[in-house]
Design a protein around this ligand. Structure first.
Ligand code: CP
Length: 329
């Protein structure tokens, strides 16, 4: 595979291969010297037309741990404000010998457009496009879930899937690229996915997705999920007239202290709480839930570096074999 644009493009085997390589990359992070020479002489360009904290920094850390050179482009303060097109921006960066372009863009489909064009030769990685997809977020979520599944089930061997796991995704599914990428990836890996959110924040056609949809969060929690993934209410993608009352939203759809206690009452001792970040504490998730021992939020951020190292390594090194060759580097 030359590009990473959508989790729909990943077979179970290719997703598991990436997660297994990410485990090996994570072991590198435990070493005294946390660097591999695998991508020495390669250049990774972070091309961000939308704000980001985790994804951009995580791709930069991942590329640097693999010894690649990194160029960071942020649209704010660039010649985009003078009307420069995506084509001209991309070709300008390609002229600086980019081997991979990691792109975040407000327009759904922008990474695919770049990958399909003859504007650049570089590998294209989708770092979030509009409301469409965020494949590396879903991969790091799957990595985090797989580790949790291994911890409670005792099976941490390479190639382990998420079969038997129940994951509940809650909130503003309509605007969530994270939800879309997770639905495709987690179901490919064998998990059962449940969605819960207000009808106004569910996409048209959600009934055809490979998951069960709930319009009452407490009924969804009663299904005894192994993980609850809270989504941010994406005000920036909504018409202000449609923005729900925050108090009402929080009461009906927030993972608040009451719902945190409910997990204990239900005996769901191993259920984890996830959030891709950034969070609106007190709106879709309470501070107590975000900071509780059940929270995997910081583990997700940590795992993001290993997963992005694996993605860059597999796309740029040409290693498509199930061997350990990068262990020796
Ligand atoms: N989860 C995520 O994409 O976070 P950032 O917007 O901070 O990159």
């Amino acid at each position: 595979m030359k590009h990473l644009l959508s989790t729909r493009d990943l077979s179970a085997a290719s997703a598991l291969r990436l997660l297994d390589v990410a485990e090996e990359m994570s072991a590198v992070g435990e070493r005294e010297i946390k660097k591999l020479p695998a991508l020495r002489g390669r250049t990774v360009v972070n091309l961000f037309f939308e704000d980001s904290t985790r994804t951009r920094i995580s791709f930069e850390a991942a590329a640097k741990r693999l010894s690649a050179d990194v160029i960071n482009f942020v649209a704010k303060g660039s010649s985009v404000s003078k009307g420069e097109s995506l084509k001209d921006t991309a070709q300008t960066l390609e002229a600086m010998s980019a081997d991979a372009v990691v792109i975040r863009h407000p327009a759904s489909g922008a990474p695919a457009r770049l990958a399909a064009s003859d504007w650049i030769d570089a590998a294209v990685i989708n770092a979030g496009d509009g409301t469409h997809e965020h494949p590396t977020q879903a991969l790091l979520d799957a990595f985090t879930l797989r580790r949790h599944w291994a911890r409670i089930g005792g099976n941490a061997s390479p190639g382990t899937t998420l079969a038997g796991m129940k994951v509940l995704i809650v909130g503003d599914v309509l605007h969530s690229r994270v939800a879309r990428s997770n639905v495709w990836l987690l179901t490919t890996l064998g998990a059962e996915v449940l969605l819960a959110g207000p009808p106004t924040l569910m996409p048209v056609g959600v009934g055809a997705w490979p998951c069960t949809v709930f319009y009452d969060l407490d009924v969804a929690i009663a299904q005894r999920p192994d993980a609850v993934m809270m989504l941010r209410l994406q005000a920036e993608r909504m018409n202000a007239a449609f923005f729900p009352s925050t108090r009402e939203y929080s009461r009906r759809w927030g993972f608040d202290d009451g719902r945190l206690a409910l997990l204990d009452i239900m005996g769901l001792d191993d259920t984890v709480i996830m959030h891709p970040g950034p969070m609106n504490r007190g709106l879709e998730i309470s501070a107590a839930a975000a900071d509780s021992p059940r929270s995997t939020i910081l583990a997700q951020v940590r795992n993001g570096v290993s997963v992005r190292m694996a993605a860059l390594y597999l796309l740029l090194s040409g290693d498509t074999h199930d061997d350990d060759q990068h262990d020796d580097e």
